[in-house]
Write a protein that binds this ligand. Structure first.
Ligand SMILES: Nc1ncnc2c1ncn2[C@@H]1O[C@H](COP(=O)(O)OP(=O)(O)O)[C@@H](O)[C@H]1O
Ligand SMILES: [Mg+2]
Length: 265
C-alpha cells in the first residue's frame, strides 16, 4: 500500500486584491509530495512560486482549496514545528554570531530548556553544514554561501520534517550555487527531510529533485510534474548523464510553452 503523501495540496486558488481589483494569482493548483521526497517548483519570475510555497508553509491562507502537511493543516504543522523555512536572503541577525543565529529559533521555541543543550545542538547543526569553525563569526564576516548555510542550520535546528526553501541560492554566483546544490543533497540524504525547493534554475531543479513541478503564469498553475529518473547519490557526473539532458530539455520546452501561453492570454 502506498504511504499517504507528506504534503498534499488540492485545488488551491489564491486571489489578491489590489486597489479594489481582485486578481487570481494561483489557480487550481494540486500537488503531492511523499515523505522524504525532493520536489522543486520552477517557473518564470512573478508566476506565483513564492505564493504557492507560502500557502504550503502556512504563511498565507488559500482563497480556495485544501492543504495538508504531515496530516494536519500547514498552520498546525508550523505550530508543531514540523516545517522549516529558508528564504532567498539569509535573514540573520547582524549583531549575533553564527552559533547564536542558529540557536535563535530554539531559544524562542524551547523557552525553559537549558542553555547548554541549545548551544550544543546549535553547534551540531553548524557541524552538519560544515561551519563548525565559523561559530564565532558574525554574518558580515561570512560569504553569501556561508550565510545561507547558517540559515539552513537554523531551520534544521528544530528538526522539522519538511524543509521549504524559496530560491535559497538565488543570490549566489554560479560556482557557489553548484557547491550549495551538492551540499543540500548531502543534507537531504543524511537527514531524510521532505524538501520543497523554489528555483528558477532548470539545472538546479533537474540536478536536485526527484520531481519538478513546472508552473506557468496568468494565473499560475502547474502545467507538468516531471519525474527526474537520475539515480542518487548525484554528483558532477549526473550533469553529463543522458537523463539530465532529457530532463533539462523537457523543462526548457515546458517553460517556453508556458511563456507563449501567458503572452497569448
Ligand atoms: N501580497 C500580495 N499582494 C498582491 N499581489 C501579490 C502579493 N504577493 C504576490 N503578488 C503577486 O502575485 C504574483 C506572484 O508573485 P510571487 O508568488 O512572488 O511570484 P514568484 O515567486 O514566482 O516570482 C505576482 O504578480 C505578484 O505581483
Ligand atoms: Mg518568488
Amino acid at each position: 500500500m502506498n504511504a499517504p503523501p507528506h504534503i498534499l495540496a488540492r485545488g488551491v486558488c489564491v486571489d489578491f486584491t489590489v486597489a479594489g481589483r481582485v486578481t487570481r494569482v494561483l489557480n487550481d493548483v494540486s500537488l503531492s509530495v511523499p515523505k522524504g521526497g525532493f520536489v522543486s517548483l520552477i517557473g518564470p519570475s512573478g508566476c506565483g512560486k513564492s505564493t504557492l510555497l507560502k500557502v504550503l508553509a502556512g504563511l498565507l491562507p488559500p482563497t480556495a482549496g485544501d492543504v495538508s502537511v504531515a496530516g494536519v493543516t500547514p498552520i498546525e504543522a508550523v505550530r508543531q514545528r514540523r516545517i522549516g523555512i529558508v528564504f532567498q536572503e539569509a535573514t540573520l541577525l547582524p549583531w549575533k554570531n553564527a552559533l547564536d543565529n542558529v540557536a535563535l529559533l530554539m531559544e524562542v521555541a524551547h523557552a525553559g530548556r537549558g542553555n547548554d543543550e541549545i548551544r550544543g545542538r546549535a553547534s551540531d547543526m553548524l557541524r552538519l553544514v560544515g561551519l563548525e569553525r565559523a561559530a564565532e563569526k558574525r554574518p558580515a564576516q561570512l560569504s553569501g554561501g556561508m550565510r545561507q548555510r547558517v540559515s539552513i542550520a537554523r531551520a534544521l535546528a528544530l528538526d522539522p520534517e519538511v524543509l521549504m526553501m524559496d530560491e535559497p541560492f538565488g543570490a549566489l554566483d554560479a560556482i557557489t550555487r553548484e557547491e550549495m546544490s551538492d551540499f543540500l543533497l548531502g543534507i537531504w540524504e543524511r537527514t531524510k527531510k521532505t524538501i520543497v525547493l523554489v528555483t528558477h534554475s532548470i539545472d538546479e531543479a533537474a540536478f536536485l529533485s526527484r520531481e519538478v513541478h513546472v508552473m506557468a503564469s496568468n494565473p499560475a498553475r502547474i502545467i507538468e510534474a516531471l519525474p527526474i529518473g537520475l539515480p542518487y547519490p548525484r554528483n558532477e557526473e549526473s550533469y553529463a548523464a543522458p537523463e539530465f539532458a532529457r530532463a533539462t530539455a523537457r523543462l526548457r520546452r515546458l517553460l517556453k510553452e508556458g511563456h507563449r501561453q501567458a503572452i497569448a492570454a
